[in-house]
Design a binder for this molecule. Structure first.
Ligand SMILES: Cc1cc2nc3c(=O)[nH]c(=O)nc-3n(C[C@H](O)[C@H](O)[C@H](O)COP(=O)(O)OP(=O)(O)OC[C@H]3O[C@@H](n4cnc5c(N)ncnc54)[C@H](O)[C@@H]3O)c2cc1C
Length: 403
């Protein structure tokens, strides 16, 4: 006997779960399932991130990231408030450490206004120090609306709600192969077949592989970038109640090592962004020969090395040398010492790379016959998930109903 559904979402991260919710809310008559390979939802990117509810300062006006971050943030915070998932508005300082970064700060201020981010203010060095004694910088942007949350808790709550509403959340079911049929798909999961009329691929770090096994040649390839975090001392935690970010390199989709109060009451520094040689490689030095072979065969790898080789080397050093990491922290918090660095954790980003080696800067959706593939949903996709979900429902042709 096969399980049969009108629509199956592959991937029980925040994007897949929010998409299943949007589809079910628009048309409750559809039978919907989420297939998740792990024994629980939200165990990969959704459960290994900075936990920052972004306001939308960084993104190019007009981009999907700009629009969906703006809309998704509001929907996420509404869901969290309604469902009792704690979030806290702590604000953010984006701090320029070098004169060359002041121009980037001005551009971010312009983007913040274009993206309708409320209350963003440009601070001089003295105002910055007045706002947060101990921070160092030539100037800053203050983003009062930035918040923190546990995205893993949001995913778990979403899964509970979906199950209560009759959406099947099938954990421990990995999509292994897919066969198109006249009416949709036969999906082999390793523990039984699932029949689907339509498939939405939200497989995160595996999204390009899932697209391929469904017969779609994706325009991008996922390259895993590990980010290491250090838990910081209570001494620093008690002095840093707000998010402190460096000015990002505008050529990269990464935001740099930042200081992040967590909703559970800690303080993290991180993440850096170092190439990982396995898709779910949370530990340094892990590698998977099949993944390395795939990366070597991918035409974009040479372009990637050429464009970003220097950056990659610097991030690799940061990953192995606590002193290098500390230097990044000290660029915004000069009094941090090696003694402030506590235990390390990490997350792995699913970053899409184009065939010419460029890192894809925006969210990417690709439609194929009876399927939709979400092929680039890195940061701020956790913040934007509820708005990405509406795009997914539109693209899947599920109309009407409640939003
Ligand atoms: C270090 C780091 C810091 C970040 N910081 C932030 C932040 O502060 N704010 C923010 O908004 N975003 C942040 N992000 C980005 C954010 O975490 C992701 O954009 C978001 O979680 C993506 O969600 P997802 O559902 O697409 O992916 P995931 O959470 O990775 O979910 C994909 C799911 O698909 C499942 N899957 C894969 N293959 C299969 C298969 N074959 N069959 C069945 N299931 C499968 C996986 O097991 C996984 O559960 C950060 C990410 C990282 C790594």
């Amino acid at each position: 006997m096969s399980d049969r559904f009108d629509l199956v979402v592959v991937g029980g991260g925040i994007v897949g779960l929010a998409s299943a919710r949007a589809i079910h809310r628009r048309d409750p008559r559809l039978s919907v399932a989420v297939l998740e390979k792990e024994p629980a939802v939200g165990l990969h990117q959704t459960g290994h991130n900075s936990g920052v509810v972004h306001s939308g300062v960084y993104y190019r006006p007009g981009s999907l990231k700009a629009r969906l971050c703006h809309d998704g943030r509001a929907a996420l915070l509404d869901f969290a408030a309604a469902e009792g998932v704690p979030s806290r508005t702590v604000g953010k300082l984006i701090v320029a450490a070098r004169p060359a970064e002041l121009g980037v700060l001005d551009e971010l201020h312009r983007r913040a206004r274009a993206n309708e981010v409320d209350g963003v203010a440009r601070l001089g060095a003295a105002e910055l120090l007045g706002r947060l004694p101990g921070v160092a910088g030539l100037g800053a942007l203050h983003v009062p609306s930035a918040a923190i949350i546990d995205f893993g808790a949001v995913a778990r709550r979403l899964a509970e709600r979906l199950a209560a509403d009759g959406v099947a959340v099938l954990v421990g079911r990995a999509l292994r192969s897919a066969r198109p049929t006249a009416a949709g798909w036969r999906l082999e999961t390793g523990s039984g077949e699932v029949v689907a009329g339509y498939v939405v691929n939200c497989a995160g770090l595996h999204s390009d592989l899932v697209a391929r096994l469904m017969g779609t040649d994706p325009p991008v390839s996922i390259v895993p970038f590990r980010g290491d975090f250090y838990r910081l001392s209570d001494r620093l935690r008690d002095r840093i109640p707000t998010l402190v970010y460096p000015v990002p390199d505008p050529r990269l989709p990464f935001l740099g090592v930042h200081l992040t109060p967590t909703i559970s009451g800690g303080l993290l520094a991180g993440p850096n962004a170092t190439l990982a040689f396995t898709r779910e490689g949370y530990r340094r030095g892990q590698w998977d020969p099949a993944e390395v072979a795939r990366q070597l065969a991918f035409p974009g790898t040479i372009g990637l090395a050429r464009r970003y080789g220097r950056f990659a080397a610097g991030e690799w050093f940061k990953s192995w040398s606590p002193a290098e990491y500390l230097a990044a922290i000290r660029s915004v918090w000069p009094s941090a010492t090696a003694g402030d660095l506590g235990p390390r954790t990490s997350g792995v980003r699913a970053q899409a790379v184009r065939r010419d080696g460029r890192l894809e800067d925006d969210f990417v959706f690709v439609r194929s016959d009876r399927a939709l593939h979400v092929l680039n949903a890195p940061s701020p996709a956790a913040t934007a998930a509820f708005a990405i979900a509406e795009e997914v429902a539109d693209a899947a042709g599920v109309g009407g109903g409640a939003r």
